[in-house]
Design a protein around this ligand. Structure first.
Ligand code: ZN
Length: 306
């Protein structure tokens, strides 16, 4: 191998190690989770091995494989269980040189809670990532998941894997990694905003300007999948909880009467069950209060749906 190429490969191994360490330090993966890869030539890929801790990984741990997944060197380590996912990403995207798969906790929480991260509320995310679709659930480590993710990665640089993690791709390993970090950062902002009150989306005109900026900066269109909510401003996704909160805080006599009535009704119903015989009076009352909130939220949900 020419000396230049050898030095370039050493540098790429060091870059991969650096990004593995960063992802661990940033809490984007934990334990032996996550897997990362980069292309060292048109046909060769450097990938993290199975069961490797990304906080302590060394350059000698990485496995070199070819584009079909055959191990070329460091055969004493087995490639990651998500190898198919990486291969599929490179197959679908000849323009990329790196893939990061992590388990960013807040971003994944949105999919576990069945919420959409794609509200147009943070300008940088619209410019940097466009839409971030959620890939329907597929069992981790399977070809089915790789295939599903591949469909979405064809047009998106960042995707959420439902109930599991996220995948970002890029022109080099730092580029792919930054997208993962930004995705989780955006999720944190959305999560905090939701806890404080309503999520206020940007105005339609501002969103259009950001789409133009994405095109100008990255030469990319914002690809929208069917049913995408990204550019429908003012969604109800996060508002249900707040409607209930506002009604409860409003001291509206009518709402209080309904609340008491439902509560009483549920308390009587609970008391008649055999399950309730084991509960104390306070526990029954607490259960009735919780059920009242859920019940009325459900009714309000039906009522406020467009
Ligand atoms: Zn995973």
């Amino acid at each position: 191998m020419p000396v230049d190429k050898e030095l370039a490969d050493i540098k790429l191994k060091e870059d991969l190690k650096r990004v593995c360490n960063l992802a661990y330090q940033k809490g984007l993966l934990s334990g032996n989770e996550g897997n990362l890869s980069l292309k060292i030539s048109d046909n060769l890929i450097l990938v993290t091995p199975r069961n490797s801790h990304k906080g302590t990984i060394e350059t000698g741990d990485f496995v070199t494989i070819d584009i079909n997944g055959t191990v070329i060197s460091n055969g004493n380590r087995i490639p990651t269980t998500e190898l198919a996912l990486h291969l599929e990403a490179y197959k679908k995207r000849p323009d990329i040189k790196a893939v990061v798969h992590a388990h960013p906790p807040i971003a994944v929480s949105f999919s576990v809670a069945g919420l959409d991260l794609n509200l147009p509320a943070i300008p940088e995310i619209i410019v940097l990532l466009g839409e971030v679709p959620t890939v329907p659930y597929g069992e981790p480590g399977t070809d089915k998941l790789a295939e599903l993710a591949g469909i979405y990665l064809e047009k998106h640089d960042a995707v959420i894997l439902a109930h599991h993690g996220a995948v970002t791709v890029g022109t080099d390993i730092f580029n792919a990694y930054c997208k993962m970090e930004s995705l989780e950062h955006a999720a944190k902002i959305m999560h905090s905003a939701q806890a404080l009150g309503d999520i206020k989306t940007l105005e339609q005109a501002d969103i259009s300007d950001l789409i133009k900026q994405r095109h100008k900066t990255y030469g990319k269109e914002v690809e929208l999948r069917e049913g995408s909510r990204l550019f429908q401003a003012h969604q109800n996704t996060f508002k249900l909880k707040n409607v209930f909160k506002k009604l409860a805080e409003s001291n509206s006599p009518v709402f209080q009467r309904i609340l008491n009535l439902v509560n009483e009704l549920l308390l009587v119903t609970i008391s008649k069950t055999t399950f309730a015989q084991k509960l104390t009076t306070e526990e029954k009352e607490q259960l009735a209060r919780e059920l009242t909130t859920s019940f009325l939220s459900m009714i309000l949900g039906k009522f406020t749906k467009k």
